[in-house]
Design a protein around this ligand. Structure first.
Ligand code: SF4
Ligand code: SF4
Length: 101
């Protein structure tokens, strides 16, 4: 399928660990990429500065759905499912992350 121009769900919902011009430490999930134009296009399209992960990401029906809302919902669920625990699982569940012995 073709990317829906202006959708930008994957440029907002996904975390990107590699540097992006203007975001040297990459991009957290749920944060709009600084390279997105106001109308949801990538300023780095066709540029060698575009992160490899972005170049490799192919639109597909499972991820992109039929609307930006469907794509956002899919990608947010994917981010939640693939989040490393990093010891924060306990506090996210309202439990102390460490206990005094
Ligand atoms: S989620 Fe799919 S349709 Fe939307 S911007 Fe990304 S690749 Fe394109
Ligand atoms: S660099 Fe371009 S394709 Fe990659 S997340 Fe940012 S706006 Fe999207």
């Amino acid at each position: 399928m073709e990317c829906r121009v202006g959708c930008a769900a994957c440029c907002i919902a996904l975390s990107i660990s590699s540097p992006i011009p203007g975001m040297p430490n990459g991009k957290p999930a749920g944060v709009r990429c600084v390279q997105l134009t106001p109308d949801g296009r990538c300023r780095l399209h066709g540029s060698p500065e575009k992160p490899v992960v972005c170049v490799r990401l192919e639109p597909n029906e499972e991820m992109c759905g039929h609307s930006c809302e469907e794509a956002m919902a899919y990608l947010e669920a994917l981010e939640r499912a693939t989040q490393p625990d990093c010891g924060q699982g306990a506090s996210a569940r309202g439990e102390p992350s460490h206990r005094a012995s």
